[in-house]
Design a protein around this ligand. Structure first.
Ligand code: SF4
Ligand code: SF4
Ligand code: SF4
Length: 276
């Protein structure tokens, strides 16, 4: 009897252990897949390869983050180190664990002239060649870590309130971001000065996002793929000779979009009931 009790106890202990291990494995796996699923909105260091290639190349050594925090310009007045821009993702960060990223509202990228985070990367996950200027020198202005996007409804400059915090914070003022003048028709006598981001110059450093005065930043950096749309190759700017070259030898009627409605005269479809 004692023997069969022992066996039963052993059986239950083994079963509980396997259930426990399976549950733990499940938790770890779901944690892992959560981190991977959440990755498209992550901002990577300067020169990072496209996200999929970056994840394959990065060996999670942390040298970029170390170079970032230890850079000469990252000192307080008393000589102590400030927080670095680059963090290495850990569990719960909702990024691929062990990979470098940054959050502009915490610490933006200061666009260091010597870009110390890039040359130390041993794997090519941070591609120094992509940051080379015409003079073949590392140039942080070539970085495309992301693209700043303005949310017009929450940006108070679009309400007519004077604010140029993001504009003034930008290291590429008047190139990556400019202020556009518009008359305020509501008051008739005031002006709107609207922040406009120029996607061909913005590096995605996030200094504007950190400087924004609204409760949640009305200007924020997204990875370039998430911040931009795509018109598609079949739309050609008829007024732009360079863009027209893309159409090559194709005749105009081959590159026009034709639908049942576009075949009709405007007077036809405007005067009839439209069926969608
Ligand atoms: S360029 Fe940006 S990410 Fe690189 S070391 Fe400087 S602050 Fe850090
Ligand atoms: S230095 Fe390169 S390989 Fe190492 S963590 Fe940074 S990006 Fe990844
Ligand atoms: S992210 Fe903001 S501050 Fe940085 S370059 Fe772009 S517009 Fe300027």
């Amino acid at each position: 009897m004692a023997n069969s009790d022992n066996n039963r106890r052993k059986f239950f202990a083994t079963t509980l252990q396997s259930v426990g291990l399976t549950a733990l494995g499940g938790l770890l796996w779901s944690g892992y897949t959560d981190e991977v699923k959440a990755s498209p909105l992550v901002l990577r260091p300067p020169g990072a390869l496209p996200e999929e290639d970056f994840l394959k190349a990065c060996i999670k050594c942390g040298l970029c983050a170390e170079a970032c925090v230890n850079r000469d310009s990252n000192k307080n007045k008393d000589g102590s180190n400030r927080d670095g821009t680059l963090q290495m993702a850990k569990g719960g960060d909702h990024r691929m664990i062990g990979t470098p990223f940054f959050i502009p509202t915490e610490v933006p990228c200061y666009m260091c002239d010597d870009v110390p985070c890039v040359p130390v990367c041993p794997s090519g996950a941070l591609d120094a060649l992509s940051l080379k200027s015409e003079e073949k020198e590392l140039d942080i202005n070539e970085a495309r870590m992301g693209l700043a996007v303005v949310h017009k409804e929450s940006c108070i400059a679009f309400w007519g309130i004077q604010c140029d915090a993001c504009y003034r914070a930008c290291p590429l003022m008047d190139e990556a971001i400019s202020l556009e003048y518009h008359q305020n028709k509501r008051t008739g006598k005031h002006a709107f000065l609207l922040p406009i981001v120029h996607s061909d110059v913005c590096t995605g450093c996030g200094l504007c996002e950190q400087a924004c005065v609204t409760e949640e930043p009305a200007i924020f950096v997204l990875p370039v793929e998430q911040a931009t749309g795509k018109a598609g190759d079949h739309y050609v700017k008829g007024w732009d000779k360079k863009d027209q070259l893309r159409a090559g030898d194709r005749k105009l009627d081959e590159i026009e979009t034709k639908t049942e409605r576009s075949e009709q005269e405007a007077s036809d479809y405007l005067n009839t009931e439209v069926e969608y």
